[in-house]
Write a protein that binds this ligand. Structure first.
Ligand code: UDP
Ligand code: MG
Length: 319
């Protein structure tokens, strides 16, 4: 099977994760097909239905009936955006692969520019947001802060202000398939893999319809995955804090002993309170950080499949 897959003549695969996007699928599909025809290129569109509860899957099946370049992977439940993209990438057969959202925020009209850049020899061409419209101020601020914080903490260079909208060459796909981690942070993984990267700038559009599927709690989880997968800094921070506090505590002990013999001992309730609370806080931070890493270790040790496919029109899909 791997043989026939490698011999495919598909030049471009477009991977689109779908979670309750019934309002957008048709329009987006039409925009992608228009671009593909204008490029005159052998393509496939890989829709990954991530456990949608609306008519998304029925619409995808309809499109697959109309157009044999439409491939689909239907998950058994919602596994999350990053895993949906991963499944699409793993099963794409194109020489080059585009990753884009299913809500129209990543404009398909940018694909020719990404493709041209990659022909110049770049294995990764990512789309860099010049602006983000239709998103709340809170989302813009938290995103901006997060990407800058992450950049400070990690040793791999994860480009700032980019999402997953990008083109990757098959060479990158091959390495991604060898990376079994479950807490996916694809933009970090792709940065870690290396090769030649370049950015193409664009204006991020508003969602065509429906609303964002990312709650703040999902964003927190995603941010934690990004940090924990690509940095040991929080662990080091806990240790550093521990040392610092121990030194202060040692001085406090000397001071208390001094007070015991040469000063007053009745007072001191305030300082006692403060030091207990402070130490308790620092310890909890440290333990919490350990928990973050340990939790992920145990997830990976379980070795369960990353995603489960209910149905697909791809022969022998991975996963
Ligand atoms: N998505 C998904 N699984 C999820 C959440 C989102 O496949 O659990 C898809 C969604 O359908 C869309 C893309 O991921 O195509 C980005 O989601 P969304 O637009 O809600 O995120 P935002 O742009 O608000 O960050
Ligand atoms: Mg969106």
């Amino acid at each position: 099977m791997a043989e026939t897959k490698n011999q495919s003549s598909v030049l471009l695969s477009v991977v689109v994760p779908i979670y309750n996007e019934e309002m957008n699928i048709r329009k987006l599909y039409q925009r992608i097909v228009d671009v593909m025809q204008q490029m005159g290129i052998a393509y496939e569109i890989v829709f990954v239905n991530d456990g949608s509860r609306d008519a998304s899957m029925a619409m995808i099946l309809g499109l697959a009936d109309e157009n044999k370049s439409v491939k689909y992977i239907d998950f058994s439940r919602n596994f999350g955006h990053q895993i949906a993209i991963t499944a699409g990438i793993e099963n794409a057969i194109g020489e080059r692969i585009i990753i884009m959202d299913g809500d129209g925020q990543d404009p398909p009209e940018l694909i020719p520019a990404l493709y041209e850049k990659s022909l110049e020899g770049f294995e990764v061409v990512y789309a860099k947001r010049k602006s983000r419209s239709g998103e709340t101020l809170m989302k813009k601020i938290t995103a901006k802060l997060f990407y800058r914080l992450l950049a400070k903490m990690t040793s791999v260079e994860i480009p700032i202000d980019t999402g997953d909208f990008r083109l990757i060459h098959r060479k990158v796909q091959r390495v991604l398939k060898l990376m079994p981690e479950r807490d996916k942070y694809l933009r970090g993984q792709i940065a870690w893999i290396g090769f030649n990267h370049v950015a193409v700038e664009y204006d991020r559009e508003e969602r065509m319809g429906g609303e964002t599927k990312f709650s703040y709690s999902k964003m927190m989880k995603f941010a934690m995955d990004g940090i924990v997968s690509f940095s040991n800094w929080p662990l080091k921070l806990a240790t550093m804090m521990g040392f610092l506090v121990s030194i202060v505590a040692f001085l406090m002990i000397l001071y208390s002993i001094y007070q015991k013999f040469f000063g007053y001992t009745i007072q001191g309730w305030t300082s006692l309170q403060i030091s207990i609370l402070f130490l308790g806080g620092v310890q909890l931070v440290g333990i919490g950080m350990l928990g973050e890493y340990l939790g992920r270790v145990s997830e990976n040790v379980k070795n369960r499949p990353t995603y489960i496919i209910r149905e697909s029109n791809i022969e022998d899909p991975l996963g």
